[in-house]
Design a protein around this ligand. Structure first.
Ligand SMILES: [Zn+2]
Ligand SMILES: [Zn+2]
Length: 245
């Protein structure tokens, strides 16, 4: 107990004593959990651009919603990613899993937070869960860290236990969208329906590729009575070539 307190104080003292460093390259910057000018230029920020529903980039048009979403509104009512998946933003996703975990989660949360519309809907942030075997291997779920930082920043609730991953799925890389959908079908279930019934649930994940995993989560959440499901991620694969690698 005392040791924990001393450690916490020491960390606070260090936070104040050390100058903030760029989240990409480590150069000293003015603001904590931000990027230097060079790294900033390498990051493609997506923000509120693209289709209002799915976030996919729209061709030059006046429309705010893409044809696919208009024809059939997707289960996920709103999808947003802070940045496009690229060399630097991928590095951050890797550090979150294997390296500077908490600092990286804070950087991601800083850029994801403006995409969360919390007013009026009292949302609950739900990180996309890992299967317990994977959790045991890695020791933590990277999306839980990010959701925790977002909840702290925005003063909203997060519940990492509400959604469970029942099936251990193989990596989806290289699979077609149909194969992905089939692989993750039925992989998730809601542990406590009363926690989500009638609520807006915002799924939190690190990288969005085709969205089939989040889709499967949304299906389970809607079945459990969630009134609306959104998805906010750190990075999004926007070029088809990146999907097939
Ligand atoms: Zn930098
Ligand atoms: Zn769309």
């Amino acid at each position: 107990m005392v040791a924990t307190l001393i450690r916490t104080c020491a960390r606070f003292a260090l936070d104040f004593a050390l100058p903030p460093r760029c989240a990409g390259c480590g150069t000293i910057v003015a603001e904590v959990h931000s990027f230097c000018a060079d790294c900033w230029n390498k990051v493609e920020f997506l923000g509120e651009s693209g289709c209002r529903t799915c976030g996919l980039l729209l061709e030059a048009t006046e429309a705010q919603t893409c044809g696919v979403c208009l024809a059939q509104p997707p289960r996920i009512a709103r999808t947003r990613a802070a940045v496009a998946y690229g060399d630097l933003t991928r590095s951050l996703a890797i550090w979150l899993k294997y390296g500077r975990k908490v600092a990286t989660a804070r950087t991601m949360a800083r850029y994801m937070a403006p995409l969360i519309q919390a007013e009026g809907s009292d949302p609950i942030l739900v990180p996309v869960p890992l299967h317990r075997a994977r959790l045991w291997q890695r020791g933590f779920n990277q999306s839980v860290l990010v959701a925790h930082e977002l909840a702290r920043r925005l003063k909203v609730r997060t519940d990492p236990l509400v959604l469970r991953r029942l099936k251990r799925t193989p990596p989806l890389k290289g699979m077609s969208p149909q194969q992905r959908r089939k692989t993750v079908a039925g992989a998730f279930s809601v542990a406590d329906k009363s926690a989500v019934a009638g609520k807006t649930v915002i799924l939190i994940d690190d990288v969005l590729t085709t969205g089939s995993t989040a889709e499967a989560c949304a299906k389970a959440l809607r079945r459990a009575g969630a009134s609306r499901v959104e998805l906010i991620t750190w990075a999004r694969v926007v070029r088809p070539s990146q999907l097939m690698r």
